[in-house]
Design a protein around this ligand. Structure first.
Ligand code: BG6
Length: 481
């Protein structure tokens, strides 16, 4: 299958940091379909040769295991081409069309790795130039809008030019092997499904914690915040996969229909429930891995009086028969105690304990990163003295070890899926809009509330109020248990 892959924003950070290294991995693993061309377009005037040299330099900054040696780069570079393009100029789209018309590749993937404020303009121009035929797919990077209205506007323009099945909205969490395993765990195994409901589960915790601060992204981050950056997309996508009903097939729309139903069942926020069930925080100076680190307000390009949240913890419920009354706690933050993304399913304790220690509930920990695995915590008898208390033991599965040779990075997987036209791991416009609809009352309530985010020390697990939020229901975050 021949393809042409075009990166708009061909000299941007996303392209050289994530996309090109991911493509190179696909190439190195022999997974990139033969007969492909990769075209980068950006504002600067450059020859193919110059672009290849530039990219080779950039690769030096890429993680060692993902870096090509000279010979590998030579081969990979043969696929690469560069064209100057001013995205506001209709004739530049015509030139692109001519370039793509030089050969009739089966598939054309247009990857918008630009600033999102250009998305509507680019899509309109692509439509005007007739670059929206059936073989064309458009890939849109997050953030897709900053609220419901802006997301709807982007989707309106995208839909006026492309059919829904031509639009690939990226949430890179969906490309992570650990996240795909979540679906396999639930719908490829009969074991957990009978327990996957309110009768057996006491609460569910989704934590996406980062040790890093905002780094050089202060200007972008300050206009975004943790709710838009991580909750509206990554955390909610994970929640849908945990809470959804089994889809009837493994087709993109069967899956996305079920995810959408979950988003529509989330308990809507009010001003009162935001004050009660949502905690926002902002990091102060502290430490990261033993090193002193500055507070958010001292980061580059962050205004000294910023009220931007770098931490969010919230409590919600999925209002349907399966989940009624089960709290879902979502938490994310920068400069937390560890880089740790995991989902914890806390089961209910046995109804009538007959052994000492048997009142500790079972727990399933779905580890997303840095490790990718499953840990099932059970209670066991050590086999010692009579009447000794039961002890927690773990069944621990490490998928990275078990499947080392097969693991594929998130962007590699998603790029290959976009080329192949597989939509399962991409977000449909109605899902994305529903997610905005749900988070928007939180944004509105915060706008009215001048108290701002609560401070927390870098290297901690966030403001104490986040612990209180869970303690109120008689539970605790996993690291506090
Ligand atoms: C991105 C956010 O979507 O996800 C970043 O914009 C965040 O702020 C990143 O750091 C986290 O991704 P990962 O794959 O490192 O967990």
């Amino acid at each position: 299958m021949s393809f042409d892959l075009v990166f708009f924003g061909g000299t941007g950070d996303l392209t050289w940091r994530k996309l090109m290294p991911a493509l190179f991995q696909a190439f190195r693993h022999g997974k990139l379909p033969a007969g492909g061309r990769i075209l980068a377009v950006a504002r600067d005037e450059m020859s193919d040769e110059r672009y290849r040299e530039w990219l080779k330099e950039r690769f030096r900054e890429v993680d060692g295991s993902k870096r090509p040696n000279d010979e590998e780069f030579e081969k990979f570079a043969a696929l690469l081409h560069y064209r100057r393009m001013d995205l506001s100029q209709p004739e530049h789209y015509q030139r692109l069309k001519e370039w793509l018309g030089e050969r009739a590749a089966d598939t054309v993937v247009l990857y918008l790795a630009t600033s999102p404020h250009l998305f509507t303009q680019i899509c309109e121009q692509l439509g005007a130039a007739g670059l929206n035929e059936k073989r064309v797919r458009v890939v849109l990077e997050k953030p897709l809008g900053h609220d419901l209205a802006s997301a709807q506007e982007i989707n309106r323009v995208v839909r006026s030019v492309f059919a829904e099945e031509q639009a690939f909205r990226i949430d890179h969490y969906l490309g992570k092997p650990s996240v795909q395993n979540l679906m396999a765990l639930r719908f490829g195994n009969a074991l957990f499904e009978p327990l996957w409901r309110r009768e057996s589960i006491a609460n569910i915790q989704i934590t996406l914690a980062e040790g890093l601060g905002v780094g050089t992204r202060g200007a972008f981050y300050d206009g975004t915040g943790a709710l838009r950056d991580m909750i509206q997309n990554h955390a909610l996508q994970l929640l849908t996969m945990i809470a959804m009903e089994p889809p009837s097939t493994n087709n993109a729309d069967a899956i996305r229909d079920e995810k959408l139903k979950v988003l529509r069942s989330l308990k809507p926020f009010t001003v009162e429930s935001v004050a009660r069930d949502v905690v926002r925080g902002q990091y102060r100076a502290g430490n990261n891995g033993g090193q002193a680190v500055p507070g958010y307000l001292d980061e580059a390009k962050v205004p000294a009086d910023s009220q931007c949240e770098t931490f969010v913890a919230l409590r919600t419920e999925v209002q349907n028969w399966r989940w009624a009354g089960v709290p879902f706690y979502l938490r994310t933050g920068k400069r937390l105690a560890a880089r740790d993304a995991q989902i914890v399913i806390n089961f209910r304790p046995v109804p009538h304990p007959i052994f000492p220690g048997a009142n500790q509930p079972n727990r399933l920990v779905i580890k997303l990163q840095p490790e990718d695995g499953l840990e099932l915590q059970l209670l066991a008898h050590k086999g010692g003295a009579d009447n000794e208390a039961l002890t927690p033991v773990s069944l621990d599965l490490d998928f990275d070890k078990a499947f080392a040779a097969n693991r594929v990075g998130a962007y590699e997987r998603l790029l290959l899926d976009a080329i192949a036209g597989r939509l399962n791991l991409f977000v449909r416009s109605d899902e994305q809009e529903q997610a905005w609809r749900w988070v928007e009352p939180i944004l509105d309530a915060w706008k009215q509330d001048s108290t701002g985010p609560r401070p927390y020390s870098a290297g901690s697990w966030g403001p104490a109020a986040a612990s209180a939020l869970v303690a109120r229901d008689g539970f605790a975050w996993a690291e506090e248990q």
